[in-house]
Design a protein around this ligand. Structure first.
Ligand code: SF4
Ligand code: SF4
Length: 80
């Protein structure tokens, strides 16, 4: 069963990273380090962070602590 509210598109993961802003290629791993669920990872081939598993507590430190503002967490409508 797909457990997702209608406002939340199932094919999109909740956390997106702006590849133009992400400085993972310079060694940044802040979002990966702060995520309590360990669902973020660095894609070494692209040099950017990305969401590895589609799971999220919407606790927000990845978005707040990213030094370049590259992370956007889409909070599902029903949780707002
Ligand atoms: S904290 Fe921001 S800049 Fe650093 S790896 Fe994550 S998305 Fe990229
Ligand atoms: S909002 Fe929290 S659980 Fe979701 S990716 Fe960011 S740090 Fe991880």
């Amino acid at each position: 069963m797909q457990y997702a509210p209608i406002a939340f598109t199932p094919h999109a993961v909740p956390v997106s990273v702006d590849a133009d802003k992400c400085i993972a290629h310079k060694g940044c791993t802040v979002c990966v380090d702060v995520c309590p669920l360990d669902v973020l990872a660095i894609d070494l081939s692209k040099g950017t962070a990305y969401m590895k598993f589609d799971e999220c507590w919407y606790c927000m430190p990845c978005e707040k602590d990213c030094p370049t503002g590259a992370v956007t967490v889409e909070i599902p409508y029903l949780l707002r």
